[in-house]
Design a protein. Structure first.
Lengths: 129, 183
C-alpha cells in the first residue's frame, strides 16, 4: 500500500514538473506558421492608419497580419511596402526581384516620428510577378 | 513669377532640411534588469527609430515596446502584460538635444558628448540631464551613436511584485546603439 502511494506521488510530481517546465520555458510565437488574424491590401492598411493611427494601432497591435503590397525599398534585413509599411525580416533578405509580394509579420506599432507602420518577424509568403 | 519663386524657395527648403537629418529605422536598444545568480532578465529591440538633426544636435528616438524580444517567451509575455503594459503604452520615446554638437568636428574616433532630454515610458515622462553618449563618424558617412544609462523603474510607475522582487533589479540598465544614415 505504501509502495503504491509512493509510485503515485512520484508520478504526480513528474507530471507537474513536466508541465511546469513547459509552461516556464514555453516556445516563442512562430509568426510565420501562425494563422493570420488579418489579411489585407497594403493600400487599405495604410488608409486605416491615415484616418486614425490610434484606433488602427490598437486594432492590429501584436496581431499576425498578411499584407499584399509593392516593394518600394529593401535592405538585407527589411522590406518596405508601399513606402510606409516597414517589415523587419526574420531571415536575411535574398533581395526579391518581384515588385508585388505578400508578407506575413507581426504588427508592433505605428512610428509617428517617420509616420511608418512597423512589423517584425516578417517573412515573404508569396511573390507575384 | 511669384509662384516660381515660392516653388524655388520650397525646393530649396526641402533640399536643405534633407541634408540635415540622419536616421535609422533599425537601431538597437537593450535593457537588462538581471540580478546576480538569478535568471537573466534582458531584452533587445532591433527596430528602434532614431533621428538626429545635425545642424543643432536635436535627437529623437522611438521604441515600439512590443518589439522587445526576450530569450524566454513567458518572460516576454509578463513584461508586456504586467510591467510595460504595452497594449496601453505601445511606445517609448526620447526627445532631447546633444550639447555642443557639430558634425564637422566628428571623425573616426569616438567622441563623448553630453545630452539632455526627456524619456517617456509606460505613460510617464522623466527628464534625463547631463547624460553622456559617444558619437563616431564612419568612413561611409554614417554616424554611430552609442551609450548607456540607468533608469529607475519606480520613476515610470512600474511596480515589482514582492514575489519576484529579489529576481528583478529596480535599476534597469539601458544600452543603445544607433547607426544613422543621411536621409
Amino acid at each position: 500500500m505504501k509502495k503504491k502511494i509512493l509510485i503515485i506521488s512520484l508520478l504526480a510530481i513528474t507530471i507537474i514538473a513536466y508541465f511546469g517546465y513547459n509552461y516556464i520555458y514555453q516556445d516563442h510565437r512562430n509568426i510565420s506558421k501562425e494563422d493570420a488574424d488579418y489579411t489585407i491590401n497594403a493600400s487599405e492598411f495604410i488608409t486605416e492608419f491615415v484616418s486614425d493611427s490610434e484606433i488602427a494601432q490598437t486594432k492590429y497591435l501584436n496581431k499576425t497580419i498578411v499584407i499584399n503590397g509593392n516593394i518600394t525599398a529593401q535592405t538585407n534585413k527589411s522590406i518596405t511596402l508601399n513606402n510606409i509599411i516597414f517589415c523587419s525580416l526574420l531571415e536575411i533578405n535574398k533581395i526579391s526581384k518581384d515588385s508585388v509580394v505578400t508578407m506575413k509579420g507581426r504588427f508592433i506599432g505605428y512610428d509617428d516620428l517617420l509616420e511608418e507602420i512597423k512589423l517584425d518577424q516578417c517573412s515573404l509568403t508569396k511573390t507575384n510577378q | 513669377m511669384k509662384h516660381l519663386f515660392s516653388a524655388l524657395c520650397l525646393l530649396l527648403m526641402i533640399s536643405v532640411t534633407a541634408q540635415e537629418k540622419f536616421l535609422t529605422k533599425t537601431g538597437t536598444v537593450i535593457f537588462e534588469a538581471s540580478m546576480p545568480s538569478f535568471e537573466e532578465v534582458k531584452a533587445t529591440n532591433k527596430n528602434t527609430t532614431a533621428i538626429i538633426n545635425t545642424k543643432n544636435g536635436e535627437f529623437a528616438a522611438l521604441v515600439l515596446v512590443k518589439g522587445f524580444r526576450f530569450k524566454n517567451a513567458l518572460m516576454e509575455e509578463h513584461f508586456n502584460e504586467n510591467y510595460a503594459e504595452s497594449d496601453d503604452y505601445p511606445k517609448a520615446t526620447f526627445k532631447g538635444k546633444i550639447s555642443d554638437f557639430s558634425i564637422d568636428d566628428l571623425n573616426g574616433t569616438s567622441q563623448e558628448k553630453r545630452y539632455n532630454g526627456s524619456l517617456t515610458f509606460h505613460g510617464k515622462t522623466k527628464s534625463l540631464n547631463n547624460k553622456t553618449l559617444s558619437i563616431t563618424k564612419s568612413t561611409d558617412g554614417s554616424l554611430k551613436i552609442t551609450g548607456s544609462l540607468k533608469v529607475n523603474v519606480a520613476d515610470y510607475d512600474i511596480e515589482i511584485p514582492k514575489i519576484v522582487s529579489n529576481k528583478l533589479s529596480r535599476e534597469v540598465d539601458v544600452i543603445f546603439e544607433f547607426i544613422l544614415n543621411k536621409k
